[in-house]
Design a protein around this ligand. Structure first.
Ligand code: SF4
Ligand code: SF4
Length: 340
């Protein structure tokens, strides 16, 4: 175990995500990671080992919250990627993150890991305390194989919560058919709106769908969405984020765009306590305490960002911004509230 503990100063409800790797077993052209291409390439991170993930994440303090007459609440963490099961120590990580983590794994369920048999999958020990969400990408993955793998995971005793399908505007008829087919083997199948460019428009757009997309993406203010997420020009803005994201090499971010592109504005590295954070505020420095605690202060209010315009749709949901004149607006609210 490391000789220190990490204090990540952030409210308990902040989203924590561990990106084990950014590579994937599928080549989806609409992947959110690729949205910034070709202007900003995707970062290539060296991978850290399963042991390093486990030791560093288990050393984060404050992962339970007391509740009156109930079991303490555990800190949620999303294990994601790319395709997280491509990490060579994927199973080790799931088996060794401690019980104070409440884990959700997001996977395409078609990587070589999920093609193994039930006996192999049962080697994931903590079957009851992990939730899996599966995404099906019909243009790139065989439906029969996907269904077989979902069934195997259930047979092995795992909780598969939702299956997601991207509602690509050019393929809505097929997507409805795949959804109906998947509903025969699983009761929660959700359509997600398509993010990115299709026929020169940045999606999602107003009134583009005649189907209900069950997965909430929180985009209601399309004018602000097109300004902030269009990948065509950058400007300064005040941004408020409620995320702690760990890149495949342990770098710490609070923004998907910055993680996907290996931006210099990070909050240190979970394996390198001596790293000075390059974050947007001087307060966001890793400090070595006298008691061997290492502390990162994540911003809890608006902070200045120079990259507005390149925001990633993964950060769209209910996202609040403030322009340099102090007027707040929110991607999740229909009209742009620039008060004053
Ligand atoms: S399966 Fe998911 S992570 Fe992999 S390329 Fe497709 S959208 Fe991206
Ligand atoms: S303004 Fe956009 S790019 Fe900058 S931190 Fe916020 S979400 Fe990320």
């Amino acid at each position: 175990m490391p000789e220190y503990t990490w204090v990540i100063e952030a409210p308990f409800d902040y989203y924590f995500g561990a990106f084990l790797n950014l590579s994937c077993s599928l080549p989806c052209e609409y992947c959110v990671q690729k949205i910034t291409l070709p202007n900003q390439p995707i970062a290539h991170y060296p991978l850290i080992s399963g042991k390093e993930w486990v030791e560093s994440l288990n050393s984060i303090t404050g992962r339970t919250k007391k509740r009156f007459l109930r079991y303490p609440k555990r800190k949620k963490i999303s294990i994601t990627g790319g395709e997280p099961s491509l990490h060579p120590d994927f199973m080790y990580i799931l088996n060794n993150l401690d019980k104070d983590w409440k884990i959700t794994v997001t996977s395409n369920f078609t990587s070589p890991f999920f093609n193994r048999d039930v006996k192999f999958l049962k080697q994931i020990k903590r079957r009851r305390s992990i939730k899996f969400n599966a995404s099906y990408h019909f243009m790139y993955a065989d439906i029969d194989k996907f269904i077989e793998n979902v069934k195997k995971m259930k047979k092995a005793g795992f909780f598969v919560h939702s299956i997601f399908l991207v509602a690509h505007p050019a393929h809505m008829k097929e997507i409805e058919e795949y959804k109906n087919r998947l509903l025969k083997i699983h009761k929660i199948v959700k359509l997600q709106r398509f993010f990115g460019r299709h026929e020169d428009d940045l999606y999602p757009v107003e009134d583009a769908y005649d189907v209900v997309c069950e997965q909430e993406d929180g985009i209601r203010n399309y004018e602000a969405y097109r300004e902030g997420f269009n990948q065509s020009g950058k400007k300064d803005i005040y941004c408020r984020m409620k995320k702690v994201l760990f890149a495949p090499n342990g770098d710490i971010y609070n923004c998907h765009y910055k993680l996907y592109t290996g931006h210099k504005e990070k909050f240190g590295n979970i394996l390198d306590p001596s790293t000075k954070a390059q974050g947007p505020s001087r307060a966001n420095e890793v400090r070595r305490g006298m008691d061997k605690d290492l502390r990162i202060v994540m911003p809890q209010d608006f902070f200045l960002c120079h990259d507005y315009g390149f925001c990633n749709p993964c950060d769209s949901e209910g996202h609040a911004f403030k322009d340099l004149e102090g007027r707040e607006f929110n991607i999740g609210q229909e009209s742009r509230l620039r008060g004053g």
